[in-house]
Design a protein around this ligand. Sequence first.
Ligand code: C2E
Ligand code: MG
Ligand code: MG
Ligand code: MG
Length: 285
Amino acid sequence: CAKKQGRNNIKFYTTAMNQATLERLRIETALRNALEREQFVLHYQPQVDLASGRIVGVEALLRWQHPELGMVAPQRFIALAEDTGLIVPIGAWVMREACTQVQRWHAAGLDTLRLAVNLSARQFNEPNLVALIAEVLQETGLPPACLELELTESLFMHDVALAVSQLHDMKALGVQLSIDDFGTGYSSFAYLRTFPIDVLKIDRSFVGDVARDADDAAIVVSIIALAHNLKLRVVAEGVETAEQLDYLRQHGCDEAQGYYFSHPLPAHEVEVLLRSAIHDTGALA
Ligand code: C2E
Ligand code: MG
Ligand code: MG
Ligand code: MG
């Protein structure tokens, strides 16, 4: 009986593996087709300046509009896109699409709006990345200072010398660099000194309980102080409640984004928000 069960287990295991491999292959093929079939879309999440209450930027967030699965979130395909290298052409599409959209908003009078674009480690390690960014900025006419590239701490774990030179090449274009999900990855004070960073984004896992949990509050206040002492801007992610917002504002956080202000939205819906913000404050009119 034991033997039989063992055999069955192995058979089951093999079948499950084949299924996983097949599933992966299916998604990979589908991802490959998705670019050609224009199934990717960008949503944009407003970033709010806490002193003025104005929308000062948007973060571009990728979605896959799958004909059968509907709107697929990046968690379900970004890792696979990285493993297969497909993130490189997909990322190039994101850069071009997002810069084109935000430059269109600039042309319509929203010319102080900043754009944040996420970069994965795989894209970062492409030798052509800096040339691509330069090309897209030139093509679209978006001012480099309005583009912010979001990187994660994982980039700094490998070839530090390469990362430093890549980051300096990016800075030479005039763009801004931010550390996404700050505090969750390989955090080292050394890289803050070594890399030409402009912005720290406090990971939302510290923000959720900031108004209730003393440890999370201590971490958030420390990141804000660290950023300011290093002359960096600091942005809180994942703000969902007025309580969290009050805490962040009271402790001098510069900017925030989160469901409290707005979910990531399709371009035409963000545009409505941006326009109503102009009328509310008269600031950009
Ligand atoms: P991220 O860059 O840290 O983006 C923030 C994520 O938090 C987004 O998830 C956003 O929808 C979500 N979020 C925003 N506000 C709130 C909130 O108040 N509460 C909660 N619970 N969540 C909030 P999303 O859009 O699913 O993206 C997940 C991750 O996928 C991103 O994390 C980023 O690492 C990656 N990603 C998205 N777009 C791209 C892209 O174009 N290229 C690359 N390489 N990665 C991308
Ligand atoms: Mg991000
Ligand atoms: Mg983040
Ligand atoms: Mg992230």
